[in-house]
Design a protein around this ligand. Sequence first.
Ligand SMILES: Nc1ncnc2c1ncn2[C@@H]1O[C@H](COP(=O)(O)OP(=O)(O)OP(=O)(O)O)[C@@H](O)[C@H]1O
Length: 641
Amino acid sequence: MVVNSTQQGTSDQAVTGDNWTGGIYIEGKGTVQTKMFEEKANVCKYFDAQSGLWVLLPLQWEMDIDFVTERVKQVMCALPGFVDQKEITAALRQCDYNPDKVISVYLSIFGDVLFQLSESEQNYRELNLFRSHSEKDSLIEDLNRNLQMKDQEAENQSQRNSHLAQEALYLSDVVQHLKQRVAELETEQQENLEKITALLNHRRGYHVKANKGIFRPASALNPKPFVDLEKVRQMSDLTRELSRSNRQLRSIVCQTLSDMQNQAEKAGGVLEELRCLYRKEVLWRKALNNEPLDLQVNIQVFCRCRRNSGGNSCLYPASDQELLVHNKGTTKKFLFDKVFPSSTTQEEVFDGALPIITSCVFGYRVCILAYGQTGSGKTFTVSGTKDQPGLSIRSVLELLRICKGKENIAYTLKISMLEIYNDTLNDLLSVNSTGPLEIRTQGKLISVPGLTHVQVDTEDDVWNFMDTVDKNRKPGSTKMTAESCALVSLLLFTCDLPLSSSRSHLMFTATVEGTDRVSGVTSCGTLTVCDLAGPKHTSKTEAKGQSLMEAAAINKSLTSLRQVFSALKSNALHVPFRNCKLTHLLQPCLSGEAQCCVFVNVNPDVNNMADTLHTLQFGSTLRQIVLGKTTQHMKNAKAEK
Ligand SMILES: Nc1ncnc2c1ncn2[C@@H]1O[C@H](COP(=O)(O)OP(=O)(O)OP(=O)(O)O)[C@@H](O)[C@H]1O
């Protein structure tokens, strides 16, 4: 590459405006003219003769320009430990081609470590780890600060609540007192009315006697009744006044009490929200601290007991990790990484899997499988219902929240969703489906060309895509479910009917790609959640024709999956991943580098005892499988060179 400049800024000054032009030789294009433009910041472009436009110079080309290399050398001279020229070039772009600015930015991020490392010791990966750890430290600090603030808010709120409670107590005393007073006044009023009646009677009697000539005219003989009447009138007015003000007082007290009740309810809601946020922060912090770094990992197996639909239960969770099965006077014990009893909520299940789910943000590949008999709650665990969403929807919403919360890294979150029906792949997010898809294998890379990956930016996006899934899923059911529902439950909206049975496996994938805004280092993690169809007893369902084919395809793929697990357990040289589409697609999740978690779903009803024992037996042996070293999937400047 040959570079010549007609006018070039010196390395000890920042570039200003359109004061630099030059030329560069590019294979296939010949010599192209380059020029620095003053936009928001200085941008290096070259003149593309074909389009007649000034086009942004790729980073790789830019590194060969004298103007840039001089500045790169200047940065390397000042920071001997910082030798990645591509990263320095990228940083110069960010800092307006001002080497001093780059030096001060890097010193503020890494401190003296850049002076301490000699050129030979420089290790790009270490640098990244150091950076990622410092970021995490600062994130943890932020989270700690957040937690403290939330603690403080919760403290304030509870103080406010106790004040409100005291005030309510005081006001109820006042109301009590006022009620007594009203009762006294009512008695007084009654007495006064009686007095009035007596006086009126007395007066009437006096006039009657006077008319009969027994007495002389009242005015001459006894003026007292008139004086008493006046007093009575005044008292009556007073009583009326008092009862009116009592009524007003009573309504004011009632209003105040109901206001206070509303406030207390609101305060309760806020407190609940704070508690929820607090719990999320704690879990997220835990996930950060537990971030797996190149570890040998076993498959984690969680056992979830379904809510019992009425029959006798044979399952007894003995502890967090132990499940007892009572069968005809005998008891069998099964061990898992976690046992979720029937009473567990969807949120608690999600919290249990959260550390695994969040590792995809750091570039790890993670996979969750739901395995169990028909009707044991796999779809409920993975997809849930509209009111009680399951793992997949909660995961996307949580990943969205985490991605939006990181300022130094630009994240994109994409989801895809496919159905494996009769050993064919159907794209569930495609608007205009073009028929079944195929799997392509290139070395270790397994992909499905043509599969729709949609970017998710908001919560609304998530719900909209779920509607598309809803429309694309194949309808129908086996005989066991004929009366239950026409549309089999989808990613989210399972029909709330007990006998709905899946006729296909569902595979949901979230891809999280993050690019460090300064270094340009990119991480790419994936979360795969698979809702496996339950094994079908073809004799029990009396399936025929199409249903029989579907049942056979499901049973065959589940047998292949069991064979894969069995080969992994015995460390066999050959693992038969390619026996069916399901295992072929799961190969990247089960062949090392990834973390895998299997949810073993069981129905506690004694009538399902045989199936339940079979599932538990199979699930508990999966814990012994070691998948290998988990690996972060990072692309860096060095690797691209
Ligand atoms: N923990 C639970 N709480 C409440 N309802 C549940 C629970 N687990 C399962 N259900 C209900 O039981 C029924 C069957 O569950 P689900 O469809 O999830 O089973 P499944 O294992 O996916 O079955 P299949 O293999 O046939 O697809 C559904 O109506 C679901 O809503």
